[in-house]
Design a protein around this ligand. Structure first.
Ligand SMILES: [Zn+2]
Length: 291
């Protein structure tokens, strides 16, 4: 991906030098290591809201939000990894801004927080073990850049465009929030069984994968910055973080009822659908008969 030299977003907040680093949540109720281990399995897959998972597992209210000290900081200009994230984020702002405009709506840009270890969020304490996530409560995406090493080394998904897909997937959860999908889904959660909740979660996640593909489509149309192998590296990442692949690699039995993000094949299919069509309407995973 030829991303150098393109515009960067002003919405990146760098918390990497403030606190964090340790393995323990700041403030609020502590979350035990056992819980974290379970949450890793459930949330490493860019959960729709892994904090919800943690909230459920620790049996109650999310941990209290600790206010940041001082103003938000932008990442240093010579930080290449941060520059990459910032460039991709900027492009998602351009693409979604236009898509919303074409539908006579206004896209509110999310902020993206770079952190290390743990960080306070409006959804409770964010932890890098959960993987990147989006918090609808503060409209922020949280990423510990260490996840990109995990993606490459442990999950077997190298490549810059695999990283771009991860960022685009979290941005897609923000788009879902803006479209009212998140609110409607949350309203249903209390009234349905666990397996129905899982199925709903899969549809939310596959739609986010499809939206990532929609972004990739428009991004490439305007920038022509993809190189041979880029789409393949995103498709490979989609496969490596499928629920079946993760369960298999954790040495567990594959249990489709427990899926929350979709199988490898489904994640690939929906990303590809978004990429081929560039259409938000093509991403209606909620009324699709076959996922
Ligand atoms: Zn997700």
């Amino acid at each position: 991906m030829r991303w150098e030299g393109n515009d960067q977003s002003d919405n990146v907040e760098d918390r990497r030098s403030s606190g964090g680093g340790g393995g323990f949540p700041i403030g609020g109720r502590g979350i035990g290591l056992g819980t974290v281990a379970i949450a890793v399995v459930a949330g490493l897959i860019f959960g729709v809201n892994p904090l919800t998972i943690l909230g459920l597992l620790s049996g109650g209210a999310p941990t209290e939000v600790v206010q940041q000290q001082g103003p938000a900081q932008a990442p240093p200009a010579d930080d290449r990894e941060a520059a990459f994230v910032s460039t991709v984020l900027r492009n998602t702002e351009e693409v979604w801004g236009k898509v919303f405009q074409a539908n006579r709506a206004t896209y509110q840009q999310p902020r993206l927080v770079l952190y290390r270890g743990v960080t306070p969020t409006a959804c409770g304490t964010g932890q890098s073990a959960m993987g990147p996530f989006y918090c609808p409560g503060d409209k922020k995406i949280y990423i510990d850049l260490g996840f990109f090493d995990t993606l490459k080394q442990q999950l077997g998904a190298p490549g810059e465009f695999a990283r771009a897909y991860v960022i685009a997937h979290e941005v897609a959860h923000h788009v879902q929030d803006q479209l009212g999908v998140t609110g409607r889904v949350d309203a249903m959660r209390g009234r349905i069984s666990q397996s129905q909740q899982n199925e709903l979660s899969v549809r939310v996640e596959l739609q986010a994968d499809c939206f990532s593909g929609v972004w990739a489509h428009h991004s490439q149309q305007s920038k022509q910055w993809l190189e041979p192998g880029d789409i393949e590296s995103a498709m490979n990442a989609a496969a490596k973080i499928g629920d079946d692949a993760l369960q298999r690699s954790a040495g567990r039995a594959v249990v489709p009822d427990s899926f929350t993000h979709g199988s490898s094949a489904q994640r690939q299919r929906w990303f590809a659908t978004g990429y081929k069509t560039g259409s938000v309407q093509a991403c209606d995973t909620f009324s699709a008969d076959r996922l």
